[in-house]
Design a protein around this ligand. Sequence first.
Ligand code: HEC
Ligand code: HEC
Ligand code: HEC
Length: 191
Amino acid sequence: MLTSRLRALLIAGFVLFGAAQAADAVAAMDPAPADWPSFEYNRVPGEFKRNKYGVIDPSPDVVSLQQLPVDSYGFVDWVKAINDGIIDPRESISGNKPKLGPEDSEVFSGDVLIRSKMKFMPDVIFPHSAHTEWLKCSTCHPRIFKKKAGATPITMAGIWKGQFCGRCHDKVAFPTRNCFKCHSVPRESGK
Ligand code: HEC
Ligand code: HEC
Ligand code: HEC
């Protein structure tokens, strides 16, 4: 009786101690500028940001990361941020329409199944829609990927060297540590 109560107390103590340590760790982190109490966000949506002299301030707009949704790994979920209307990226840095070639007029938003070469990894789904939200077709076709499912000899080693999906993932798009965000569907059996 006494021992079990003592054990419960000890466990509660450890949990509280752990929680306090985690809170300390968060408090010890330097907040991003957008989270400083003195930070002033004074841009009128749709207009250029101006400094105190009224001159256009070309520095990028700042959104506090704390306001953005995160995925199961704690990385910012940019696709959800767009879909929920939290961010609305411009088409280019200058705000001008980007130059589009004839190959960019095609519309395609389907998912492509890329079969896993190894039994222990699930297959990969490449979602066009999540990409064409930010990128034009000619960013990827035909230089990085052939326009035919299964035609590009993609390897994981290549991705980690910065080829294929690794042109962007691990650099400007979510990191490859999050394996199952790409390897997201069970292997087609018998292959
Ligand atoms: C950005 C998307 C993406 C992420 C993230 C990712 N992979 Fe892959 N991976 C692929 C694609 C595409 C292929 C090529 C098709 C295939 O063979 O599955 C691949 C292939 C593989 C293969 C098959 C063998 C090979 O070399 O091609 C293995 C094993 C693998 N990945 C393991 C992993 C592991 C482990 C992680 C996490 C640490 C990971 N992958 C994260 C996209 C990704
Ligand atoms: C971020 C890179 C990327 C962008 C941007 C992109 N694609 Fe793709 N696309 C791929 C990949 C990866 C594949 C699969 C290639 C493979 O498996 O070898 C693919 C395959 C395709 C296929 C073949 C599908 C099939 O089932 O055979 C078509 C058609 C296609 N893309 C059209 C487009 C069009 C049109 C656009 C612009 C609206 C576009 N893609 C933008 C990466 C991209
Ligand atoms: C030219 C750049 C580029 C290439 C190449 C690229 N991606 Fe992406 N990808 C992005 C960007 C940008 C996003 C959106 C930002 C983010 O999620 O980090 C994204 C998002 C994703 C998502 C998240 C979709 C969602 O709904 O959350 C998946 C899955 C993905 N990519 C898989 C792949 C795979 C698999 C490949 C290779 C076959 C690939 N990507 C190649 C730029 C790229």
